[in-house]
Design a protein around this ligand. Structure first.
Ligand code: PEP
Ligand code: MG
Length: 583
């Protein structure tokens, strides 16, 4: 690719790790050798022989998956490795197996039959939103594994890429990503994929600079080109300038502060970590988290065949409390539904899952048993382990839902008492994720100890823009004045009701917004552990009065562009005009 005469063009996507790397582009096309061509005439195909070939390929696929599962558990973590269990289930999925056998009976060779049998299930998942769409990646991964085994195609060995490679691909499957060696790979970028794709999750766990969802524009970068992957800003730059390389190579030089921080004028702001698995607790401590502000418990329920029992959960919650004996650990009760389906639960497939039965709606409805089991485990863990446990409920829309949840906590505590088991009711809170919760925050705050604003969902519901739909990504912006006003009123309502107010959506971890969030009055910010050092450093530099002026100006703005401009111009514009309505 010819170098630009001016600054090299940046190909923008979604950065998924706040790390940068420079290296040599290697395009990866896992399907290059999997072109099947036309099938032979049906009468020349022996269905019995083809069934036997299919069985053999499935056996070998299971063996490979088991090996990759073990390797991933060792290198990345037990929870990430669970994706290979899901792949094993796809290998044995009756719909797919029946589909292949029927196609073989119709005269197709096993490889063409596999290709045909996966087509509909992949298309079905592709038509869905968010994490469901990413299931299509899993299915493709399993299909390609079977095709490779059936056609003896070579597998590109990603584990032995040359040192300093930057991998470019349309998409990376979990099997692809799990092979990457962070010592060798300088980064990767993909045309497709979102922040919650497996590729993104593995990149974060492995510490590989990565940008996903760049779009077809990425194809303009040639094999062998020098490429910079900036996982922080979500930019992929071909032929970077010496200055850009130097900055990428210098890496991040941010001091880890293990002590709680306060603003320059002495206002304490708690900085906590969001974790999705116990494996992430250690990283949270290492990055200086004061505690856990959001422990997503869905991981306990995903990629398995039955829900975890009370004792298994008890151990996990104890582990989380033990990691932060001094800090607070906020565990969120099960938040499934929407984009988080669980195969073994009866979950109808509604037209619009985000507006259906999710979070607390399921816990008070079809998953009432799971909810009670989870609360039992939480109350017992709180009694068994020193530390401060806090429990919050997701997707609350009405005061009566909150009251029903609080009643369940009380009745679970009574049950445990009558069984003679040690239990301690934790601090209780509610997530503010729906416009209705933000608008009734006064009544919610009166009934709990804390509110935690989930800006990922709050933004999608305030703006009517699905959180993982690229086509409306511009609208899914927490800096939209409407979202800021919802945050502002939630903080005021929480404080009026003597509840502390935190934020655990992605917005909390954006270091550019720290001053704004302090100005909005948040008591706690919870984020991916990697951004904690930057946010702590930013808090320490904030003057509360200036931050409040910024927040007033931002909430009065007419557009998110104006908000971001005011945030960006803090240093040069110390007296923003709150009446200005133009971006
Ligand atoms: C949120 O909605 O902001 C949130 C933190 O919850 P989740 O991203 O798990 O839906
Ligand atoms: Mg949410």
């Amino acid at each position: 690719m010819a170098a630009n005469e001016t600054a090299p063009r940046s190909h923008d996507g979604t950065g998924v790790t706040p790390l940068s790397g420079v290296g040599s582009a290697v395009w990866y096309d896992p399907n290059a050798d999997l072109e099947l061509g036309e099938p032979p005439a049906a009468e020349t195909v022996d269905p019995d022989a083809e069934r036997a070939r299919f069985e053999d390929a499935r056996d070998r696929a299971r063996t490979e998956l088991e090996r990759e599962r073990e390797r991933t558990a060792e290198r990345v973590g037990e929870d990430e490795a669970a994706v290979f269990d899901a792949h094993k289930q796809f290998v044995d999925d009756p719909q797919i197996v029946d589909g292949v056998e029927a196609a073989v009976d119709d005269g197709l060779p096993a490889e063409h039959a596999v290709d045909a049998a996966f087509e509909d299930p992949i298309a079905q998942f592709e038509g869905m939103d968010g994490r469901m769409a990413e299931r299509a990646d899993d299915l493709r991964d399993v299909r390609d594994r079977l095709l490779r085994l059936l056609t003896d195609a070579d597998r590109v060995d990603l584990a032995s890429l040359s040192t300093g490679s930057v991998l470019l691909a349309e998409r990376l499957t979990p099997s692809d990503t799990a092979q990457l060696d962070s010592e060798r790979v300088a980064g990767f970028a993909t045309i497709e994929g979102g922040r919650t794709s497996h590729a993104a999750i593995f990149a974060r766990s492995l510490g590989i600079p990565a940008v996903v969802g760049v779009g077809d524009d990425l194809e303009s970068i040639d094999d062998g080109a020098d490429v910079l992957v900036d996982g922080e800003d979500g930019a992929v730059i071909a032929d970077p300038t010496p200055d850009q390389r130097e900055r990428a190579a210098a890496g991040r030089d941010v001091e880890v502060r293990s002590e709680p921080v306060a603003t320059a004028d002495g206002r304490s702001v708690e900085v906590a970590a969001n974790v999705g698995t116990p494996a992430e607790l250690e990283g949270a401590v290492a990055q200086g988290a004061d505690g856990i502000g959001l422990f997503r418990t869905e991981f306990l329920f995903l990629d398995r065949e039955a829900p975890p029992d009370e004792d298994e959960q008890f151990e996990v919650y104890r582990e989380a409390l033990a990691a932060f004996p001094e800090g607070r650990v906020v565990v969120r009760t099960l938040d499934i539904g929407g984009d988080k389906p669980i195969p073994y639960l009866d979950m109808p497939d509604p037209e619009n899952p985000f507006l259906g039965e999710r979070g607390i709606r399921r816990s008070l409805g079809p998953d009432a048993d799971l909810f009670e089991t989870q609360l039992r485990a939480l109350l017992r863990a709180n009694a068994a382990e020193p530390g401060t446990l806090s429990v919050m409920f997701p997707m609350v829309a009405t005061v009566s839902e909150l009251e029903a949840a609080l009643e369940t906590v009380a009745s679970v505590a009574d049950d445990l008492a009558s069984e003679g088991l040690d239990r301690e009711v934790p601090e209780l809170g509610v997530m503010i994720e729906t416009p209705s919760a933000a608008l009734t925050a006064e009544a919610l705050a009166e009934r709990v100890d804390f509110l935690s604003i989930g800006t990922n969902d709050l933004t999608q519901y305030v703006m009517a823009a699905a959180r993982e739909n690229d086509r409306v990504a511009e609208l899914h912006d927490p800096c939209e004045p409407a979202v800021l006003r919802a945050i502002e009123r939630t903080v005021a309502a929480g404080h009026a009701g003597d509840a502390w107010v935190g934020m655990c959506g992605e917005m909390a971890g954006d270091p550019d917004l720290t001053e704004l969030l302090v100005g909005l009055g948040l008591d706690e910010l919870s984020m991916s552990a990697v951004t904690i050092p930057d946010v702590k450093a930013n808090i320490a530099a904030v003057d509360t009065a200036d931050a409040e002026t910024l927040a007033d100006s931002a909430t009065d703005a007419a557009a998110s562009a104006a908000v971001r401009e005011r945030v960006a111009n803090r240093d040069s514009d110390s007296d923003p005009d709150p009446d200005s309505e133009t971006p």
